[in-house]
Ligand binder design. Structure first.
Ligand code: ADP
Ligand code: TRP
Length: 328
């Protein structure tokens, strides 16, 4: 039986990139037979967040987003990373076999420091903790967004270093899995760059009504009139429509834009269609979110039960690896 595992940092309101690049894929994996572990990476958030109340709120928001979008707690184990402290022990074991050079090559670390974030040791060793998350559950498949692939490859390396030192049976080698479709791998932001909280170009997945209208209004267009034939490939609006519309409807809009003339839609029309599509896509999730938020004790119960199951697996892996390196 395969073990699927992935996680997401609780960085507040989740945006369309987080949904299409991560959550959607995680929920879809439940259709495959196997065990499914999904967690909220709150230890990881401490590398950048120092506001205890904000962190608590963000953990809850992330859990609710998962549940509202269909992560069925009957089929998946949903838990908080920090409820399984064994991962920090495993992280230490891995850090003692991992060279500095491997971590110095991490893109995420290089990107963050290039953006002026003053690095702490936790930010530097972030990939070691992430490797521990993956290896603690003997995971086989790790569904992730493109930007996390290098971290899973580093996990493979770290498992290899440990096994070379202490025996091949210690850690299981995981594989990453990307969302099959390219359009979901890198969702653009409202300005056309990659959507990211840190670029301020993100759109909350449950946004609706006026704020949604306002956000979609920000997507840049140009001053060409509707009648002028245009190549849809050059229009950012179509990158968004592609996330939501059925292929036949999408092709129809594209064709009308290519042809131009009397019946061609203007940018305003396309924006109205996009707003409607976003509202529809997340309507059930928005309602489910409200329902969960009205019952915080249910959220807590899901996380607690998830933690118990996750912890018993992580303990076994930790014990196996401590014994292998002479600490038992
Ligand atoms: P952010 O860049 O907003 O801080 P994170 O780095 O916390 O987002 O990403 C959380 C998850 O969402 C990761 O699995 C990442 O691959 C996915 N993700 C983030 N932004 C995008 C995007 N624009 N397109 C596709 N996936 C994304
Ligand atoms: N680094 C991931 C992110 O930023 C979160 C994460 C932490 C994770 N540990 C993991 C993802 C283990 C997959 C597996 O979203």
């Amino acid at each position: 039986m395969k073990t699927f595992l992935s996680g997401i940092q609780p960085s507040g309101l989740l945006h369309l990139g987080n949904y299409f690049g991560a959550i959607r894929q995680h929920v879809a994996s439940l259709e495959e037979p196997g065990e499914h572990f999904y967690f909220i990476a709150d230890y990881h958030s401490l590398t950048t967040c120092r506001d205890p109340q904000a962190l608590r709120d963000q953990v809850r928001e992330t859990a609710v987003s998962y549940l509202a979008m269909g992560l069925d707690p009957e089929r998946a184990i949903l838990f908080r990373q920090s409820d399984v402290p064994e991962v920090t022990e495993i992280s230490w074991l891995l850090s003692c076999v991992t060279g500095m050079g491997l971590l110095e090559r991490a893109h995420s670390y290089k990107d963050k420091t290039a953006r002026g974030i003053k690095p702490n040791v936790g930010l530097f060793t972030y990939p070691v903790l992430m490797a521990a998350d993956i290896l603690a559950y003997d995971s086989d498949i790790v569904p992730v967004g493109k930007d996390q692939v290098q971290h899973v490859e580093m996990t493979q390396d770290m498992a290899g270093y440990f096994n070379a030192a202490y025996g091949e049976g210690c850690f299981k080698r995981p594989e990453y899995r990307l969302a099959g479709e390219e359009r979901f791998a890198k969702v653009p932001g409202l300005d056309g760059e990659k959507m990211s909280k840190s670029y301020g170009n993100d759109l909350w997945m449950f946004e609706s009504g006026k704020p949604l209208k306002k956000a979609v209004g920000r997507i840049p267009t140009d001053s060409r009139p509707p009648e002028e034939p245009k190549d849809p490939a050059g229009l950012l609006l179509f990158d968004f429509l592609e996330l939501f519309l059925e292929p036949t409807e999408l092709e129809d809009w594209k064709q009308r834009v290519r042809t131009g003339g009397e019946g061609a839609p203007g940018y305003g029309h396309l924006k109205v269609r996009l707003i409607e599509a976003i509202e529809d896509h997340f309507a059930a999730g928005r309602a489910a979110r409200e329902e969960w938020l009205a019952h915080p004790e249910r959220i807590e119960a899901v996380l607690k039960s998830g933690a118990e199951k996750a912890r018993s697996r992580a303990r076994a892996v930790r014990d196996r690896c401590l014994a292998a390196c002479g600490l038992r």
